[in-house]
Every structure is written in structure tokens, then in C-alpha cells.
Design a protein around this ligand. Structure first.
Ligand code: EPZ
Length: 417
């Protein structure tokens, strides 16, 4: 089990190139099953969750090639519709394979993806949508059995704008008979990227990025080549590291439009932000200011994935901030660890009150989930003394070469196996 050891106190300075978005490449890899042909995907990040998806694709019969940041998937010989439990449990978002396997094979057997560190992660919205599209779904012994002679387009209204459910419905509807409408759809940029990918292989989808998505079923799909959008959460994390250390960092290969809510909060904290077409520079020279309330919301609201890294920044603000986590049930596991580093945080249910302190001190802390782990790393960058973050495998799920990128920004950081 690796750890990351950080000697805090360096102001981060320099440029960092942002990788392709994890939460875009994962549904896109699932979508490669649909066309029974060649899929060339550029700017794929080297992450544990991407490796887990490739394992599932290979198990299903796909042929995979990886050339640097480009992944080539040939799905012409998919000969399996069952994904074994060990592969499903590798990552929570593996439920995204349900839609594409059912769409291609007209049947699917998947084990429940199971909860993860941030909450039970139910899939009721996915299953309700399946049934509305005429797919028979039965659950027993921790498995989901799906059968669909025909998939019939329908008008589906989600009771929550779930990202995964929106994406799964798009995948199920691509080759359905007739039109499918998804109302109260998630509007995240990664949903738009999936629409662009699917349309690139011949699907007919409109409306992604708004709350109503329309999918006109087609019968033929073809080869596709696509470049994944930049990772807005990775970019936001590196900007937060400049904010907490009082440095100047330029993130390149970004779409500033995708992180407006995070930029607004960083400006409220007293950071100076300079935006160009595909880069953002953040510097902080004055003291960190508190933020009255941060409420995590579906896009374009403040992203739940930035709640933990932003909380680390707020621990050093000159005043009290409030963070309300409205999306996930159990996403404050980093709080105990930040308190070990000297932070002053009180949690009541889904609300955390952060009273700023003068300094954080290095400590031995444990990453409990992906974004909480990132929060501990950036807290360590600003802490006095040495911080050891254990459980780096959580962080490797979503941040490509995190220590290398921070070393290039002047951090005193190393990975210890
Ligand atoms: C996606 O997860 C992201 N993962 C998450 O990123 C992100 O935090 C989340 O969207 C919200 O933006 C990927 O894209 C791979 P949801 P997803 O369905 O699709 C409840 C990261 O750190 N819900 O929008 O699982 C659910 O319990 C990860 O990169 C149901 O109740 O998120 C949660 O409370 C973490 N029933 C809320 O909706 C359902 O059927 C949001 O979930 C589905 C979801």
C-alpha cells in the first residue's frame, strides 16, 4: 500500500497540463461496446478506474490497444453479456456497462456495483429507466438479470438529475425503437461529451447539457474517433493547491466554462484568477477569506467532487465557512483527518462548519476516498512539517501521476511504497 509523503510550506509556482476527464472516459469506454467496430479515443488518462474499465471490456471480448494517451477498442467480437462480481466491484461506476451491454446483447447479467466510501450509491433510477424502455430486469442474490427482445423508446423523467442514470439511459436508447426523452437529465459536461461520442458513431442525440435530452433510435452504428474533454475536477484541484499554498499556478488544456462555480468560490476566498481560452492562472497574495456557504449541487452548481479539496483551503481562511454536501450521504470522511492536522471543523449531518486556523501541522493521515485523499494532499502542501497520506490507491483512481505534477509545481512530495 503506497503512501505520499509531503514536506509542506512551499508556495506552488508553475504550469500543469490537465489530463482527459475520468468521468467522461469511463462512460465513453462503456459506449465502445455499441458499434461492434473500431473506437479510437484520444487523451485518456492513466488511472486505476480506466484500467478497471479496460479489464471489463476485454472480459466481454473486446480487443484493446493502448498507445500512450490513445486507447483503441475493437468491439466487433463481443461474445459475453455477464460481468463477474470481482470486476464489477473494482469501481462503483461499473453500472454504466449495464446500458451498453443490454443495448448490444439484448441481455445482461451484472453484480450490484455495491456502495463505496461516499455512500450506498443506489441504482434505483437506472433500474426504473430500464423497465420504462421495455427491458425486463430482475434482481436476486446481488445480481441484476436483464432481458430485452426489444428496447422501446419512452418518455422518462428522473426524480434526481443523476449523472450515471442519464448516461445509462442514453446508452440504452441509442438503438431503441423510436424516440426516448430524458427529462430532468444531468447537465454535466461529461454527459455532453458522451452525446458527442455517440453521435460520432452514428447515434442521433440532442439536448445534452440541458435538462431535456432526446435520443432517436437508429439501427446502424459505425467506427468513431474522439478526444476526451479535460478533467474539470483535476484542474480545480490544482487551482485549489495554489490557493492554499499562496502560490501562482497556471492550468493548461482546460475549458474554463466547465469550472465557473469553483472559480467563483476561489475568487471569494481572495484569489486572483486570469482566464484565457484554454488555460486558467490563479494566484493568491493576500490572506485567505472565508466563504459564507458552499452548497454542492448538480452542474452547473458547485461540484460535490470539489467539496473536500475546497474544505482543505477553507481550514486556513481568516474566519468561518459553512459547507453543505447535498449530493452524497457520507462525503465528510476527510474531516477527521484534517482535524488531526490542526483544522477546526464541526460536522452536523451533511453540514460542516469550518473555523479558520492560523496553521495546519503535518500528520500521519489516511485517505478514505478519492477526493478526500486529494484534500489531504493539498492540506499537506500547506501544513508545517511532514504529512504522510496513506491509502494512495484511492487517489490513483482519479488523479494521473499526482506526485509528478506537484513536483513540477515546486512541491516537496514523494511516493513511498
Ligand atoms: C457521477 O457519479 C460521478 N462519477 C461522481 O464522481 C460525481 O460525484 C457524481 O456523478 C455527481 O456529480 C462518474 O461519473 C463515474 P449520481 P454517479 O448518479 O453517476 C443518488 C468522483 O469522485 N442516486 O449523479 O454515481 C446517489 O446516491 C465521482 O469522480 C440515487 O439515489 O452520481 C447520489 O446521492 C464520485 N439513485 C446522487 O443521486 C440512482 O439510481 C448523485 O448520484 C442513482 C443515483
Amino acid at each position: 500500500m503506497s503512501s505520499i509523503v509531503i514536506a509542506g510550506g512551499n508556495k506552488l509556482e508553475g504550469e500543469v497540463k490537465i489530463s482527459g476527464a475520468k468521468n467522461s472516459v469511463l462512460p465513453i469506454l462503456a459506449a465502445t461496446i455499441l458499434n461492434g467496430g473500431k473506437n479510437i479515443i484520444h487523451d485518456c488518462p492513466e488511472l486505476k478506474d480506466v484500467s478497471a474499465s479496460l479489464q471489463i471490456l476485454e472480459f466481454l471480448g473486446c480487443r484493446i490497444q493502448r498507445q500512450g494517451k490513445t486507447i483503441i477498442v475493437d468491439s466487433s467480437s463481443v461474445n459475453e453479456f455477464h460481468v463477474p462480481e470481482n470486476l464489477m466491484r473494482e469501481m462503483r461506476s461499473s453500472v454504466i456497462f449495464l446500458g451498453s451491454i443490454v443495448s448490444r446483447c439484448r441481455k445482461a447479467v451484472l453484480s450490484y456495483p455495491g456502495g463505496c466510501e461516499i455512500g450506498p450509491r443506489p441504482i434505483d433510477l437506472h433500474l426504473k429507466a430500464l423497465k420504462k424502455l421495455g427491458i425486463k430486469a430482475r434482481e436476486s442474490h446481488g445480481y441484476i438479470f436483464c432481458d430485452a427482445e426489444n428496447i422501446i423508446g419512452n418518455d422518462i423523467c428522473l426524480n434526481f438529475p443523476s449523472v450515471g442514470a442519464t448516461e445509462n439511459i442514453m446508452l440504452m436508447a441509442v438503438m431503441a425503437k423510436g424516440e426516448t426523452i430524458i427529462r430532468n437529465a444531468a447537465k454535466e459536461p461529461e454527459v455532453v461529451d458522451l452525446q458527442d461520442y455517440l453521435n460520432g458513431m452514428g447515434a442521433k442525440i440532442t439536448g445534452a447539457g440541458t435538462s431535456v435530452i432526446r435520443v432517436e433510435g437508429v439501427t446502424e452504428l459505425h467506427d468513431v474517433e474522439h478526444t476526451v474533454i479535460p478533467d474539470r475536477i483535476e484542474a480545480s484541484t490544482y487551482l485549489a493547491s495554489a490557493a492554499i499554498t499562496g502560490g501562482t499556478v497556471k492550468v493548461t488544456n482546460v475549458n474554463p466554462e466547465h469550472l465557473q462555480a469553483v472559480l467563483a468560490v476561489l475568487q471569494e476566498c481572495g484569489c486572483k484568477i486570469y482566464i484565457e481560452k484554454d488555460s486558467i492562472t490563479l494566484s493568491r497574495t493576500s490572506s485567505l477569506q472565508p466563504v459564507d456557504v458552499i452548497r454542492t449541487l448538480p452542474y452547473p452548481g458547485f461540484p460535490t467532487d470539489m467539496q473536500a479539496p475546497m474544505m482543505s483551503v477553507l481550514t486556513l481562511a481568516k474566519g468561518t465557512s459553512i459547507v453543505s454536501e447535498t449530493i452524497f450521504e457520507n462525503r465528510f470522511k476527510h474531516v477527521e483527518e484534517l482535524i488531526r492536522m490542526g483544522a477546526d471543523i464541526m460536522v452536523d449531518g451533511r453540514v460542516a462548519v469550518i473555523r479558520g486556523v492560523d496553521k495546519l501541522t503535518g500528520a500521519n493521515v489516511n485517505a478514505m476516498d478519492l477526493r478526500g485523499g486529494a484534500a489531504l494532499v493539498i492540506a499537506g502542501l500547506a501544513a508545517e512539517g511532514v504529512t504522510t497520506v496513506n491509502g494512495v490507491h484511492h487517489i490513483d483512481r482519479g488523479y494521473e501521476k499526482i506526485e509528478d505534477k506537484f513536483i513540477n509545481l515546486g512541491a516537496d512530495i514523494k511516493r513511498v511504497d
